[in-house]
Design a protein around this ligand. Sequence first.
Ligand SMILES: *Cc1c(COP(=O)(O)O)cnc(C)c1O
Length: 371
Amino acid sequence: MNSDKIPVTKSSMPPIEEYIEEIAPLWESHWLTNMGVKHKELEKELRKYLRVDNIALYANGHSALEGIIEAMNLGADGRSKVITTPFTFASTAHAIVRKGLTPVFADIKPDDCTIDPDSIKDLMSEEVCAIMPVHVYGNLCDVDAIAEVAKNSDCKVIYDAAHAFGVTKDGIGAADFGDASMLSFHATKVFNTIEGGAICFRDKNLEPVLNQWKNFGITGPETVEYIGGNAKMNEFAAAMGLCNLRHVDNEISKRKAIAETYYSMLEPIGGIHAIKPNTSVEHNYAYMPVCIGDSFPLSRDELHEKLSKSNVFSRKYFYPLISDYECYSNEYDSQSTPIAKDVASRILTLPLYADLSVEDVRRICEVIAAN
Ligand SMILES: *Cc1c(COP(=O)(O)O)cnc(C)c1O
C-alpha cells in the first residue's frame, strides 16, 4: 500500500505563471506596501465575493481582531467582559486579553461545535460589552439567537469568521453577520494571502480608524492622532490573494467532493461521527472534523497516534480548550463548559485540501477502520 505522507492540510497556490504576472507591475512601481494598487484591488474583489459593504485588510487575522476591538473602543465605558468560546484557536481569547478585556467562556453545541446562545444568555451581565462567537469549521453560529441576546443588552457582536471564508446562508455572506467579522487568510485557510486577514464591519464610520490603526495611527502627512499598531497587508500578499480568489470556488467544490467521499466511507465505521455542515448553508468544507465516540475501540489520542504511524497526519483541533492553556488555567475552570470539554477530548480533524485524492481518502478510512 502507498504510504506517502498525507499532511492534514496543504496551502492553495495559483499556477506560478499567474502569480508572476500578478506581481510583475510591482517591479515598475516599486510600491511594495502601504495600501498600494493590489491592496485596493483585493479589497474591491473581496467586497464583491464576500457580499459585504465594508472591509479593511490586515497583515493577519489576529491583528484585525485587535484592530476592531480598539476601533470600537470596547471597555471605555467600564464594561470589560467579552463572552466567547473556549473551543477555538488561541487568537480569539488572546485578542480580548491583549486589549485589556476579560474573556468569559460560554459552552458550545455538540452538533456543530459553535457557541450555545443559551449559555451566552446565562453569562450575560452589566459588565459584558461584546460577544465574540466563532464560526467553528465554517459552521455558522446561531446568528439570529445571538443577535437577539446582544440587542437586549446593548453589546457588540464580533464574529471570529476565520474558518468561514466563502460560506453563505440564504444568499448572505458569513462575514456580514453581527457588527463585525474577522477573516483569516493564513496559509492554512480555505483562501490565503500567505499571511493575511480582514475585518468586515457594519458601521462605515469605523473605516478610517481601522485603516489608520494598522499604520501607527497616522492620520495625515504630519499628524499622528493615536497609538496604533502596524498590521498592513503588503502588495505581494494582496497579489497572492487576487490569484487565489480566482480559483477558490473551484477549490471549494473539490473540497466538497472530498468531504462527501469521507462521509460515505466513514458512515459504516461504528463510533466515528463526522461533523457535517448544516444543509441550509453553502459551506466551504474548510476542515474534516470527526468525533470519536465511546463505541470506537480506540481513544482519540490512540487513533491520532495510529494514523501518524501510517503517515497520515490529523490534528486535535481544538485541543486543549483555551481555558486549559497554561496561560489561562489559573483563572478558569474548563469544567464550567462540560460540552466543550468533552468534544475537545474526542475531536480530530482529518486531512482535507483541494487536491487530496479519493485513493488517499480511502487509505485514511481504511487505517481508521482496521482494528
Ligand atoms: C487562523 C485563526 C485565527 C487567526 O488568524 P491569523 O490570520 O493566523 O492571525 C483566529 N481564529 C481562528 C478560529 C483561526 O482559525
